[in-house]
Design a binder for this molecule. Structure first.
Ligand code: ZN
Length: 589
């Protein structure tokens, strides 16, 4: 276990703006920073970061919290990983607190198995002249092999299985990761990958989650890939992005190819803002992932028909995510690898600079060959279906105008045949927001003002008790506020967020703290709100009492009469309290 004070210390010494600014385009917005939210698709920023409070919150999807929760959410890592990541640059040593026996995450054994396999395959490559000779002949340079940790699985049936189990890797983890399979052989298990060049597939934080294995001769299957497993979801990972994301971010541009080898060869030729979709068509998740780093995408697929079709599908997805998308067309018999081998990287750059953007490309396709009118119709229908899935109304309109200009069809006509925008189903990351009651609204406003100064926080904790609040999270937040007042922690400062560990509460806090305080004099407004909340809670209680009293009256028996008397007297008391409700004030304020 990492001690609390170390965790707090690392957080206190880290600036959330640096961390988030390292991966998102943060723009100044008054006291805060804003950016397009990385957790849901949007074109106008509702993701806010507060340097003063060291928190973030998205007003679109509700995600929020401190720097740790950001890293966990953004990189998909566990808490310990997030702490370690921030500890590194501060030269804080946290490994010594980790006994290794604690279950840091249930996925840990899987990562360990994959990591071991990668090292094993690396060794396999060093030991095989045949494999290293093959890579050399195919033009895989040393740096490339090193950077992408390319390895080799030898011909043995149980080389990995034996080495891994000897090293203490659990058989179940190897099975679950698809590294071994059951067999009737001596040990009962055998390696899944044999006699193949091994390409590790890594997730965004750079951990191995799967492998692609390629044969060196003409045997089949040419490629053998890891199945999906608990840490590998094909549709959410882009090959090599862990390696290239910084270059993509810097250039705001990414090249997308179809396979590992294309990716690797282009990378080696100096095109480092590149990534590959492997074995699937580009998914919504992948497009969104790209949108975090890039503005413009060049799709460079094989020149054959299948490649072109896949390019169109990918482009649809990218346009929906708001990315400028161009399609680079290779000669029909070429793939990116073979093309740069023959023509050189300059020729590819030239093709890219003259590549049509997606709509123009389709327009060109529609006008090619014969039967153009039916093709045009098909293409326009296809484009309208894509445009209808764009969430942002302004962008949808702009795209419509583009289609209108290209195909010379009035915008009004296009608009009328636009299918009603298919609503995206909220993904797991986008909680369906519930309607906010007046009471909740006031509770939020109350906390918002209380979080501006210690004196106003005290005004709330002096007057509001947990029972006055509706909703468990608000009651918890009141407790934290109480704690802050007691310990003298400034509710407006960066230390306050440190009192909160519950992620749900952390999100609520971030939402409140990043909202604008109601305009006007804080103390007076707070007075009114506190009064309102107390009244509302008392009234709500009275309503409940009335309901119960009515029930009791209907039953009207001796057993119920004592309860009735109790409620009536409590009711009268509340009524009296309500009548002389006033706010306690600190003498010094
Ligand atoms: Zn969001």
């Amino acid at each position: 276990m990492i001690p609390e004070n170390i965790i707090d210390d690392i957080r206190d010494r880290t600036d959330i703006v640096d961390v988030i600014g390292g991966v998102l385009d943060l723009k100044r917005a008054g006291r805060n920073f804003k950016a397009n939210c990385p957790f849901h698709g949007e074109k106008t920023p509702s993701f806010m970061v507060s340097p003063e409070k060291q928190i973030y919150h998205c007003f679109g999807c509700g995600k929020g919290g401190n720097v740790y929760s950001f890293l966990m959410e953004y990189e998909g890592v566990g808490f310990v990983e997030a702490v370690k990541e921030l500890a590194g640059p501060l030269n804080v040593e946290v490994d010594r607190y980790l006994t290794g026996s604690e279950d840091r995450s249930r996925f840990d054994p899987f990562y360990r198995a994959m990591e071991f396999a990668q090292m094993h395959f690396r060794k396999g490559l060093e030991e095989s002249e045949e494999a290293s000779g093959y890579l050399e002949k195919r033009g895989f340079g040393k740096e490339l092999v090193e950077t992408y940790r390319i390895g080799f699985a030898g011909p043995s049936w149980e080389s990995l299985y034996k080495a891994a189990t000897e090293a203490g890797i659990k058989k179940d983890a190897l099975l679950e990761m698809g590294l071994i399979m059951r067999s009737r052989g001596s040990t009962g298990y055998r390696d899944y990958f044999r006699n193949r060049i091994m390409f590790p597939i890594r997730n965004l934080p750079g951990r191995v989650v799967g492998f692609a294995g390629r044969v060196m001769d003409n045997s089949e299957p040419k490629y053998l890939n890891s199945m999906e497993n608990p840490i590998y979801h094909k549709g959410k990972i882009l090959y090599g992005l862990d390696q290239t994301k910084d270059d993509i971010r810097k250039s705001r541009t990414a090249l997308i190819v179809e396979g590992y080898v294309d990716h690797l060869m282009l990378w080696q030729s100096g095109i480092t803002n590149i990534s590959a979709v492997c074995g699937t068509s580009l998914t919504e998740d992948q497009a969104r992932l790209l949108a975090r780093y890039a503005k413009r995408i060049y799709i460079i697929n094989d020149g054959d028909r299948a490649g072109v079709r896949a390019a169109v599908r990918a482009a649809d997805q990218l346009v929906i995510e708001g990315l400028d998308t161009s399609i680079v067309i290779l000669p029909e018999t070429e793939d990116p690898d073979s093309f740069i081998r023959k023509e050189g990287v300059e020729a590819l750059h030239k093709l890219m600079s003259s590549a049509p953007d997606y709509f123009n490309y389709l327009h060109g396709e529609a006008n090619r060959g014969s039967r153009t009118s039916s093709r045009r119709r098909q293409v326009v229908e296809h484009l309208l279906a894509t445009v209808s899935r764009v969430e942002d109304g302004v962008r949808r309109e702009l795209l419509l105008q583009e289609v209108s200009g290209l195909f010379e069809i009035p915008v009004a006509t296009l608009r009328s045949s636009l299918k009603p925008g298919r609503k995206r189903k909220p993904s797991a990351g986008q909680p369906v927001r519930h309607t906010v009651t007046k009471r909740e609204e006031n509770q939020k406003a109350m906390f918002r003002i209380a979080l501006t100064s210690a004196a106003l926080a005290a005004l709330v904790t002096d007057n509001i008790i947990e029972e006055d609040l509706e909703g468990e999270s608000y009651r918890k937040l009141l407790k934290v506020l109480d704690e802050a007042v007691e310990k003298g922690v400034d509710p407006a400062g960066p230390k306050f967020a440190g009192l909160i560990s519950d992620p749900e509460l952390s999100a609520l806090f971030a939402e409140i703290a990043l909202a604008d305080p109601p305009p006007g004099p804080g103390r007076e407004i707070l007075h009114d709100i506190v009064l309102w909340i107390k009244k509302a809670s008392l009234k709500a209680e009275m309503v409940e009492m009335k309901v119960r009293l009515r029930q009791l009256e209907e039953e009207d028996s001796d057993e119920t009469s004592s309860e009735r008397i109790g409620i009536v007297s409590a009711y009268i008391q509340i009524e009296r309290e309500l009548g002389k409700l006033e706010i306690k004030e600190d003498s010094q304020s």
